[in-house]
Ligand binder design. Structure first.
Ligand code: GLU
Length: 238
């Protein structure tokens, strides 16, 4: 069981993400990584080992920017290596993703993408999601449409968070957990409330089969058909 986390707000993202990952260490994992967005570029660092070990080797917390994603991996597809650790960048490097779960039809999707010229660096199932997002974003130029097209073809169970180089975040939930912590204009996406409870106890429990877009301080939640989804902010009991 791995953990995913995302932050979109007014403070440096990387230290918040690393602290959140540490709070969720009890869930078990074999590798860790963080990607952040700053000045229309995605910076990405990852490695095998515990959060503190990887942070002292590659300084995860020093990645710049106020938006980012992080992951602790429990390998299901592919060995425990730095290349297989998340986040995974898309071929263009303009999108990166963290994923919790399994994509059952990844082999077939990977073959289709390879025929179109996409190159896969990892052995994971997760890397198909980010390259599908790239393909669908390039054809639609719209994050919502790119997410909808992508989730319409992937099968399995997942929650994922994607970061786009322009600083937008998108996340989707299908039979894996995803909770949003809200503190004014700061949003924390997480597998578990422990990922953000030190900052806020206001939480939105994203419904199964919904996806989330964060851009320009605005949170939007949709069902997989693209309709606005209803949600409420509740208090987490501490
Ligand atoms: N299936 C993905 C992998 O093997 C994600 C595993 C996880 O949930 O940590 O990398």
């Amino acid at each position: 069981m791995c953990s995913i986390i995302g932050y979109y707000g007014n403070s440096g993202a990387a230290p918040i993400i690393v602290n959140g990952l540490k709070r969720m260490e009890y869930r078990g994992y074999d590798s860790v990584g963080v990607a952040t967005g700053s000045n229309n570029q995605i910076g990405l660092k990852k490695g095998v080992g515990k959060v503190d070990e990887v942070n002292s080797k590659v300084q995860l917390k020093e990645l710049p920017g106020k938006v980012g994603i992080g992951h602790t991996r429990w390998a299901t597809h592919g060995k425990v290596t730095t290349t297989n650790a998340h986040p995974h960048p898309s071929n263009s490097g303009k999108i990166a993703i963290v994923h919790n779960g399994i994509i059952e039809n990844f082999e077939e999707l990977k073959k289709e993408l390879e025929i179109e010229g996409y190159i896969f660096k990892s052995e994971t199932d997760s890397e198909v999601i980010v390259n599908l997002l790239q393909k669908n974003y390039e054809s639609t130029n719209n994050v919502k449409d790119a997410v909808m097209k992508t989730i319409s073809v992937i099968k399995g169970h997942y929650s994922f968070i994607a970061i786009f180089e322009n600083g937008q975040l998108a996340a989707a939930r299908f039979h894996e957990p995803l909770i949003i912590g809200v503190k004014e204009n700061n949003f924390f996406l997480s597998s578990d409330v422990l990922g953000f409870i030190e900052y806020t106890d206001n939480a939105i429990y994203v419904e199964n089969g919904n996806f989330v877009i964060l851009e320009k301080d605005d949170l939007q939640i949709f069902d997989f058909k693209g309709n606005n989804a209803e949600y409420e902010i509740t208090k987490v009991s501490k």
